[in-house]
Design a protein around this ligand. Structure first.
Ligand code: NAP
Length: 244
């Protein structure tokens, strides 16, 4: 039986991990919840870069590396591709397709924080859904703006920013309520492509609220790339990695 190391951190990775037997390892960075009901092994924490990951692959006799991390987790994806190459094993990746703008959307792409701050200037009440990064910039909020920042957990805000702790999936009624209650006039989002966080885009469209979309990073090239969990499971079954 072959042995796989699955790099996770998103819903689809957990769905794959649920199909794996005890010889396989599901690897998490340790920033989110750690499942306790899996048959496969679960490893939590980083490897110390690509070399550390390559060492782990050799020590554990891993024969396939599957990168099912978030599309914005560019560092671990690069490390995965490099470590697989260093260890002479294949690297596959599950990469969610990006959301596409629809009729009525006003999306404005930004590449980094500096571009984002510039694009934010005409607005007063932004809703940030980028994770924790904006927390480092709370002292830079201009006096005419009031920020709402949604992250996985609650953190201290300040007089110009309220931080909400919430985990998806989000439902449209609650997203409508959030936009209305806080009078959101611009949404800031990654293009994660996840159905769990998509309702905010629908509400922005309904209300004519512009969306500043943080550009997706360019990810390392891998041996095989998949868009859907079922495609991965079929490929794993073909090479005797799962029972799917
Ligand atoms: P990142 O910048 O690409 O990775 C930072 C470091 O975290 C990596 O160099 C690695 O440390 C460690 N790491 C990341 N994923 C790991 C995994 N699955 N197993 C073991 N170590 C891992 O990633 P990030 O953007 O901080 O995201 C961290 C994790 O959260 C990822 O697993 C990702 O799938 C998940 N996540 C990210 C986002 C997002 O928006 N970025 C959203 C939802 C979930 P070493 O170099 O020490 O090995």
């Amino acid at each position: 039986m072959k042995r796989m190391l699955l790099l996770g951190g998103v819903t689809e990775a957990l769905a794959i991990a649920r199909t794996l037997g005890p010889e396989h390892i599901y690897s998490l960075a340790g920033v989110g919840r750690v499942p306790t009901d899996l048959t496969c092994q679960v490893r939590v924490g980083g490897y110390g870069g690509a070399e550390g990951l390559a060492q782990f692959i050799r020590d554990e006799g891993i024969e396939l590396l599957l990168d099912a991390t978030h599309p914005y987790a560019a560092q671990i994806s690069q490390n995965a591709a490099t470590a697989a190459q260093m260890s002479g094993i294949p690297c596959w990746a599950l990469r969610r397709p990006a959301w596409q703008p629809q009729a009525g959307d006003d999306w404005r792409e930004v590449s980094d924080w500096a571009e984002l701050i510039e694009a934010l200037k005409p607005f007063r009440r932004p809703l940030f859904t980028l994770g924790r990064e904006p927390l480092q910039h709370l002292h830079e909020i201009p006096p005419e703006q009031f920020w709402t920042l949604r992250a996985l957990d609650v953190y201290p805000g300040n007089e110009r920013c309220e931080v909400i702790g919430a985990r998806g999936p989000f439902v449209i009624e609650e997203e409508r309520d959030l936009f209305e209650r806080r009078q959101i006039d611009v949404l800031i989002s990654k293009n994660s492509g996840s159905t769990a966080t998509e309702p905010k885009l629908e509400v922005a469209r309904e209300r004519g609220v512009p969306v500043l979309v943080l550009k997706r990073p360019v990810l390392a090239r891998v041996d095989r790339e998949f868009e859907l969990v079922d495609e991965v499971l079929a490929a794993l079954a073909e090479c005797n990695m799962t029972d799917a």
